[in-house]
Design a protein around this ligand. Structure first.
Ligand SMILES: Cc1cc2nc3c(=O)[nH]c(=O)nc-3n(C[C@H](O)[C@H](O)[C@H](O)COP(=O)(O)OP(=O)(O)OC[C@H]3O[C@@H](n4cnc5c(N)ncnc54)[C@H](O)[C@@H]3O)c2cc1C
Length: 490
């Protein structure tokens, strides 16, 4: 099979207006933000996909997938293109990128049953804008909200900035429609709860395009009370002191929408106007008035209990102002791309993990110590730190952030800089019993640890792949390690 034959087969399913073979767009489609520096410097070493295709219905998607399944053509599902872990990177010569651009309709906003149904290519921002007009919200607010689309947000198990109140996307999805490689279209109905066997929503949620293509999603919606939003900020002694306060708030049953602790280095890049070289603890309470009042009291009580670790309270307006400018537009993403070319520096690489309350402070310290001691290019680091931004009754996440100046050939950047740091973070996390991946997905660059992440339960994950994608056409190399892809990882 060659590329022309693939195009011929596609053209039997879709009109020319839904098939894109423009060279610059194929280059763009061959990798995501993971290799963004190499991509910006035009030195990507991965194959170009044959085409980007834009199905308009679940039926067209089913015919495309079935055709690819029959002929062994790799499929990369794509939505908002904000992937950070290589989920959109192409490792196969014969690949179709199946893009949700034309699955772009908000199908229903049901404000009595409090759920909204959209196609996979709807940006979260456009759904949120429609809901806000009616005094409603999804409660989902990843920083990529202006650009990311519902299909991708569900496929990656994304989480938003208000997760401590609303949960991750897995707590929001009530039903969905997805298409499997054999062309089967599955519709999981929208109900408040079910006990009809295992919860099959979770086969699609977080599948990263490696099992099925999500075409439609129904999410919960909530009443919105922005006038009650209340912010708190504190300078604190160290990360561990902040984690103690977060835990106290959570185990007492309070649900602030935002609950975060920043290390000194991370605070410096976010709160340069007030951090004074210290760690920062912050909260936001939202909801109807009674709930906000109780939540504020709970936060103040926890801060008082652990006041030994609190240095100073910060003007809450500073926290509110900071929060108002956190989200990234497409322009911000494009500017970052240009900035990397201009400065030969990588700002804002992240690896996000999770662990229980007891483990997180140790994990944080171990990682920072090991990176400083073992990373051969530690002298090129311009920032190394992290923050906890999503808390639960039994623990929290740690979002390691590292910036560095690049002093090597652009094509060697990942090998020389990113991979050694990521390896330390993942190794330490797995050693201490945490999860190596809190919300960005495994993509193609943490797949060498997928088996270690799941241990004896990997059996279940592997069987899902074998059952739903026996010919291995769905997003080759994503989640599941592939020897053939190792050359792109090194
Ligand atoms: C500036 C910035 C801020 C971010 N902030 C957050 C954050 O706060 N929280 C968070 O969780 N993430 C965040 N991310 C990561 C990213 O936005 C999320 O992973 C998001 O869920 C990806 O959605 P997308 O529509 O862009 O998907 P894409 O990037 O297009 O795809 C992501 C993955 O999902 C698969 N996929 C896409 N569409 C489908 C589909 N229809 N069916 C099946 N599989 C599909 C792809 O193959 C790929 O593996 C951020 C990224 C950026 C660039």
């Amino acid at each position: 099979m060659d590329k022309n034959t693939v195009l011929e087969l596609v053209s039997r399913i879709l009109p020319a207006s839904q098939i894109n073979t423009a060279a610059d767009e194929l280059y763009d489609a061959s990798a995501d933000r993971y290799k963004k520096y190499a991509k910006a410097r035009k030195v990507l070493d991965v194959p170009l996909p044959v085409a980007i295709v834009y199905p308009r219905t679940a039926g067209e998607t089913a015919r495309l997938l079935a055709m690819c399944n029959e002929h062994g053509i790799n499929v990369i599902p794509r939505a908002g293109k904000t992937a950070t872990e290589g989920g959109l990177e192409n490792w196969k010569e014969l690949t179709l990128v199946v893009d949700a651009r034309d699955l772009n309709r908000i199908l229903k906003i049901d404000d009595y049953n409090m759920q909204a149904t959209v196609q996979a290519g709807v940006t979260l921002q456009s759904l949120e804008d429609e809901l806000n007009k009616r005094g409603l919200t999804t409660g989902h607010s990843p920083q990529s909200k202006p650009v990311a689309k519902l299909g991708g947000l569900v496929a990656t198990r994304s989480i938003g900035q208000f997760s401590t109140l609303y949960g991750g996307i897995e707590d929001m999805v009530v039903g969905l429609e997805c298409v499997f490689p054999d062309g089967h279209v599955a519709r999981i109905k929208n109900v408040p709860r079910r006990a009809g066997g295992p919860d099959i929503r979770h086969i699609a949620i977080g599948n990263e395009g490696a099992l099925c293509y999500i075409t439609e999603v129904t999410v919960k919606i909530f009443r919105r009370f922005p006038e009650n939003n209340t912010f708190f900020g504190y300078l604190i002694k160290d990360v561990a002191s902040g984690i103690r306060v977060l835990r106290e708030v959570m185990v007492n049953g309070y649900r602030p929408s935002v609950a975060r602790v920043y290390s000194e280095e991370d605070a410096r890049q976010h709160f340069y106007h007030f951090h004074q070289g210290k760690c920062v603890l912050l909260f936001m309470a939202e909801g109807n008035q009674g709930i906000v009042q109780a939540t504020c009291a709970g936060i103040e009580e926890a801060v008082e209990k652990f006041k030994d670790g609190i240095l100073e309270q910060v003007d809450s307006h500073l926290i509110a102002a900071w929060f108002a400018h956190l989200n990234w537009s497409q322009k911000d993403i494009d500017d970052e791309f240009q900035g990397m070319i201009a400065n030969d520096a990588h700002a804002g690489f992240t690896t996000e993990v999770s662990a229980d309350w007891e483990t997180i402070p140790t994990l944080y310290d171990n990682v920072i110590r090991r990176v400083r001691a073992e990373f051969p290019r530690a002298h090129d680091l311009t920032m190394l730190g992290g923050h906890s931004s999503h808390s639960y009754i039994n623990g929290t996440n740690m979002y390691f952030v590292y910036n560095y100046a690049i002093h090597c050939a652009p094509e060697d950047e990942m090998r020389v800089y990113h991979h050694p740091i990521q390896r330390i973070i993942v190794e330490e996390t797995l050693k201490l019993g945490g999860s190596m991946c809190h919300h960005h997905g495994i993509g193609k660059y943490r797949n060498e640890w997928t088996k270690d992440e799941h241990g004896s339960a990997y059996y279940m994950l592997e069987k899902l792949k074998q059952a739903f994608d026996p010919n291995g056409i769905m997003n080759f190399g994503t989640i599941f390690y592939q020897e053939e892809g190792a050359r792109f990882q090194k």
